[in-house]
Design a protein around this ligand. Sequence first.
Ligand code: ZN
Length: 304
Amino acid sequence: MFSPLSSPLETLNDIRQPGRGPESNFICLTVDIEEYYDAEVFSGIISQAERATYPPHVDKTTMDLLEIFADSNVRGTFFILGTVAEKKPGLVKAIMGAGHEIASHGFGHRMITRMSPTEFREDVRKSKRILEDVSGGLVRGYRAPTFSIVEKTKWAHEILLDEGFQYSSSVFPIRHDRYGWPEFGILPRKMAVNGNRWIWEFPLSVERIGSINIPFGGGGYLRLYPLFLTKCLFSRVLRAGRNAIVYVHPWEIDRQHPRVTIPLLKRIRHYAGISGMEGKMRELLRSLPFERMDHFFRCAERNS
Ligand SMILES: [Zn+2]
């Protein structure tokens, strides 16, 4: 059973955090661990077979991120791709050893919109098993490749719940050519509610300006927006009594990112702003409050 999308009851599931001051709200620090060639921009350009010929960068860039986070003494949630965890269990252990939460980014980085429900179930089950075997702990969280839980793949929440996930952060409530579910709303919601079982969906951060949801706080938006604008949007969300989410990929701080020939628009989306990303992250981490996603999950359960 899916929870209705527009029922008045749905608002009861929102986390409005009444009475919490801005100092109580926080930004979830999240990282999607994948190789640069796993990014959707290279699908159809670098085949699965060709990937073995590209140099791996994820170890170095993930360790760089761990150092950046340690410098600011912040912990976050790492949504790790199954193919990376399978090849590099030591990297998963290094992330966990630094105090971060281990979560799943699926196994093969296929968009859910290109999978059947059965294929999706196999993909998430495999990724969860690998991560739990390596980490020895429970994996609660999931992030879909390329935010591909959209209206037509909303069946994914029920499968995630079945497979033992407790929260997802996979919906971007905007209009976009590759992803987006603008009608989802901007607040966390319980999904696939069935009696006393449900899964939380924590949508990616947007700020509502007029009738438009403006995306910010991660990926290309963070690389391309001036830092003062990103800080201003985060501050607005926190002042409004909501929590926010920042997301980053290891390849986004990789100054040695191999250059792959791709069309201009894709090139801008993928490569622009990489050289300034580390500085932006450091400034955000220095000036705003950050937490792991499982903290958000516990707050949601407590307040629901
Ligand atoms: Zn990804």
